[in-house]
Design a protein around this ligand. Structure first.
Ligand SMILES: *Cc1c(COP(=O)(O)O)cnc(C)c1O
Length: 449
């Protein structure tokens, strides 16, 4: 079915291509009209033929069609909440041309001032959405870290990160010559305000200065545990150290109120959690830091005297443009709505985990009960035992899941792996739980009723 839909879609693009070949006065030539007609017929044939077996595998050359969201239940940890809405996919088709968002860009020539499509309103709404004063769309959460690092840090400055911090945050800090140090986890694998305070004191003692920034994710990417961002922000306030709230796994799925948290920066990821294409993300801040991170250009050319208006230099002027930006905007109404239903996502996550834990030997490495849809599970005492004697070794689990049209776990992993149930409906959740149970039963692992 999906291949048929792709075939028809591609034909429609070929029709569009013909329009792009015409000159306004000439309309379609005979040859073009003929080609148009034959493509139209092909579409009718594709859609009309119930048995249609003419399959296609490639977009072009070696670029395969991507069909896993249509053909599988995808529980890939990083992909679940970045799946596009239908609206976003339509926007991609319509705004795919390079600098498409520049059609109606007038003075002062900045992407966040464009009114058609209403990018300006979107940027304002984004700030409100995360409870901050000002926001910009950036090229992924990592670009948000990079912008803040550039604006705030000098060589040798110290930044506190979580012991579960994402590599991209550490690299952003390193890239400006600053140093990251880790706040240790509590016994429950949580970053607390207390541990953050202790680490601040340690750094002060060792180096004689305070960290320049504390950057901690609300939910980490390794366990999907919730960290005490309120407590951390409070400690940061006391020491007057700016706090960056990393919402890569929250902004776009959970309501986030940066001001209530008392964060100085909120960073989110469009392609991870806002149903947006890559590379997209959000960087938001308060009045206090607007002029620092969104600083405008001051220099002028020594030969020409040229200046670049109000371009923001840490952002390199315009950030995300064209199709990714418009698709992010197109998804936004649904994203705003879906954060209100986070509780149900957590319910489904816990429902699945309860099913999963019926399998003898299965454990959960993340905190319990689950507060997120991203979970790390431990199957050392169940599936890994089977892997030891299976001819496909660890791949057997991946194979068995694939057979049941489930994808997204790391091929070969049978000890510990992550999965994300975000966005699956109840029917799919139950199917997923049953699939794991059936696999366990087939290999003689006990399953509770
Ligand atoms: C995924 C992730 C990032 C990186 O996000 P991008 O938008 O791809 O740059 C950063 N931090 C955490 C905690 C993440 O999970």
């Amino acid at each position: 079915m999906i291949e048929k839909i792709y075939r028809a879609l591609f034909c429609l693009e070929d029709l569009r291509e013909i329009l792009r070949e015409t000159a306004p006065e000439h309309r379609l030539s005979d040859e073009q009209r003929e080609r148009f007609g034959s493509i139209l017929n092909e579409i009718k044939m594709i859609l009309g033929d119930k048995r249609s077996d003419a399959k296609i595998k490639y977009v072009v050359d070696e670029i395969e069609l991507r069909t896993r969201e249509e053909e599988f239940i995808n529980i890939a940890p990083i992909q679940a909440a970045g799946r596009l809405t239908a609206e976003a996919r339509k926007a991609l088709i319509a705004y795919g041309d390079g600098y498409s968002t520049c059609d109606y860009c007038f003075k002062p020539f900045r992407i966040d001032y464009i009114k058609r499509p209403p990018i300006n309103e979107f940027i304002d709404e984004l700030a409100e959405f995360v409870g901050m004063d000002a926001a910009r769309v950036v090229r992924g959460a990592r670009n948000g870290f990079q912008i803040v690092s550039n604006a705030l840090l000098e060589k040798g400055d110290i930044v506190l990160v979580s012991s579960l911090a994402h590599y991209s945050l550490c690299l952003a800090i390193e890239s400006v010559g600053a140093i990251w140090k880790e706040v240790p986890l509590s016994e429950d694998n949580i970053i607390t305000g207390e541990n953050t305070g202790t680490k601040i004191e340690e750094v002060k003692e060792e180096t004689g200065k305070l960290p320049k920034l504390v950057a901690i994710s609300h939910f980490d990417y390794l366990l999907g545990n919730e960290h005490d961002v309120y407590g951390i922000a409070k400690i940061c306030r006391e020491y007057e150290i700016p706090f960056l709230y990393n919402g890569a796994y929250t902004v776009g799925v959970i309501p986030v109120d940066g001001k209530r948290i008392r964060a100085d920066f909120v960073v989110g990821s469009g392609h991870k959690s806002m149903a947006s294409p890559a590379p997209t993300g959000v960087l938001a801040t308060t009045e206090e830091f607007v002029d620092t991170v969104f600083a405008t250009t001051k220099l002028k050319g020594d030969v020409t005297g040229r200046k670049f208006g109000i371009k923001e230099h840490y952002l390199l002027g315009c950030t995300v443009m064209g199709a990714p930006l418009v698709a992010m905007m197109a998804s936004f109404p649904k994203v705003k709505e879906r954060v209100k239903h986070w509780d149900e996502e957590v319910d489904k996550s816990n429902f699945f985990i309860a099913q999963f834990l019926k399998i003898k030997g299965n454990r959960v490495s993340s905190e319990m009960p689950r507060k997120h849809t991203l979970t790390k599970v431990d199957t050392t005492e169940s599936f890994d035992r089977i892997a030891k004697t299976h001819k496909r070794r660890g791949y057997f689990l991946y194979d068995e899941l694939s057979k049941r049209k489930i994808t997204g776990i790391f091929p070969g992993a049978t000890k510990e792996f992550k999965l994300n149930t975000y966005g699956l409906n109840w029917y799919q959740i139950k199917y997923l739980g049953e699939a794991f149970n059936r696999i366990a039963e087939e290999y003689g692992v006990g399953v509770e009723d």
